[in-house]
Write a protein that binds this ligand. Structure first.
Ligand SMILES: O=C(O)CCC(=O)C(=O)O
Ligand SMILES: [Fe+2]
Length: 351
């Protein structure tokens, strides 16, 4: 087992919930091994253990593999349905061979020196055409912007083509370029994205809207982006909702008046922020919760709703990311949204 509590490929996959030995099931409900594999485990060679663990990881993976190789490639109705269903269930759409092509004169931007000291990302707002947190000489500024603009447009085309029922309602958020190595970066625990969390932003309440992000790894040195992904959203809520502190009456208006938030922090935003902070603050949870590691290779892309999928970015350098917001009413199955899940648990309207 490594320092994050992740199992090695030769470790037993047992999670302490055993239905094969206890109840005689052919497939164990906990680890998904066959009854025979459970009985024989200790007699297996490392090679056999690795083969079984690889098979189980594939079976239990949160990734839905998409065979889309171009940002504008036509997508079949079947793929549309599969993508919507998977993303709403809290899965990650993975495009192993969907790469973002840099222009030859863009390679020079693959350096942390283009980001302001202490900044995690360079961000770009397509509406205002402004870059934030970039430390870029004036003569290169337009080219850096062009790189982010081009990625943003391609990500938008991909999402519109793939998640067609969302197309009319999707709102374009920021584009970001992340040229800073994640591992070893210093930050407060709240800003520490190497801890499992669901996304919630203190200054930008999203008032129930979904956060949908497109990532692409443009690392030139073969380095994957290593993520951990934790338990399903309903389980996060079951564990942390009972611990949240209440939102003081009048605090939302005060935060807005003081301009600490860009819009009203709704009851939903309050709960999501509390859950975000409490997940990150609980180091035992970080280590012990059931989780899987994912290595996103250079030249691959992925789409994930980061308000729903518990995630942590452990290491990696150089990704591009595009954020979209989606009203819950535009979902095919709104009951799967964090908003509706929290409303069901609290018995209250939260926006
Ligand atoms: O940079 C990454 O790979 C992911 C960081 C993260 O937590 C996020 O974008 O929500
Ligand atoms: Fe995040």
């Amino acid at each position: 087992m490594n320092v994050f509590g992740e199992k090695d490929l030769t470790d037993s996959p047992c999670i302490g919930i055993c239905s094969s030995t206890n109840l005689g099931d052919e497939i164990c409900i906990g680890c998904k091994r066959t009854a025979q594999e459970v009985i024989d485990w200790n007699s297996y060679s490392d090679q056999q253990k690795i083969a079984i663990n690889m098979r189980l990881r594939k079976e239990t993976s949160i990734l839905t593999e998409m065979n889309v190789t171009h940002w504008t490639a036509p997508v079949s109705t079947n793929e549309n349905d599969q993508a919507i269903d998977a993303i709403e269930q809290g899965r990650i759409l993975h495009f192993p061979t969907l790469a973002f092509q840099l222009l030859p004169d863009e390679n020079e931007f693959l350096s942390p020196s283009f980001a302001e000291i202490k900044a995690k990302n360079i961000s770009f707002d397509r509406h205002t055409q402004r870059l934030r947190c970039a430390k870029c000489p004036a003569e290169k500024y337009a080219r850096l912007k062009n790189m982010l603009q081009r990625f943003s447009e391609q990500a938008e085309r991909l999402v519109h083509g793939l998640l067609t029922p969302y197309a009319a309602a999707l709102q374009l958020g920021r584009t970001s370029f992340r040229p800073v190595e994640i591992a070893g970066r210093l930050s407060s625990y709240r800003k520490d994205d190497t801890r499992l969390h669901v996304d919630a932003f203190p200054a930008t309440p999203n008032q129930g809207r979904r956060i949908l992000r497109v990532f692409t790894n443009i690392n030139p040195n073969g380095q994957a982006r290593h993520w951990r992904v934790g338990e399903p959203f309903a389980e996060v809520v079951a564990r942390f909702l009972p611990l949240v502190s209440k939102q003081w009456p009048g605090s939302a208006a005060l935060l807005k008046w003081l301009r600490l938030t860009k819009s009203k922090r709704t009851a939903y935003d309050h709960l999501m922020l509390q859950i975000h902070d409490r997940m990150k603050a609980d180091l035992t949870y970080q280590k012990k919760v059931s989780q899987q590691s994912i290595y996103f290779a250079p030249g691959s892309s992925w789409i994930v709703q980061t308000d729903q999928v518990s995630h942590a970015a452990m290491s990696g350098q150089h990704v591009l990311e595009q954020t979209f917001y989606l009203p819950v009413t535009a979902m095919v199955n709104p009951t799967l949204s964090p908003l509706k899940t929290l409303e069901k648990w609290t018995g209250r309207v939260l926006t």
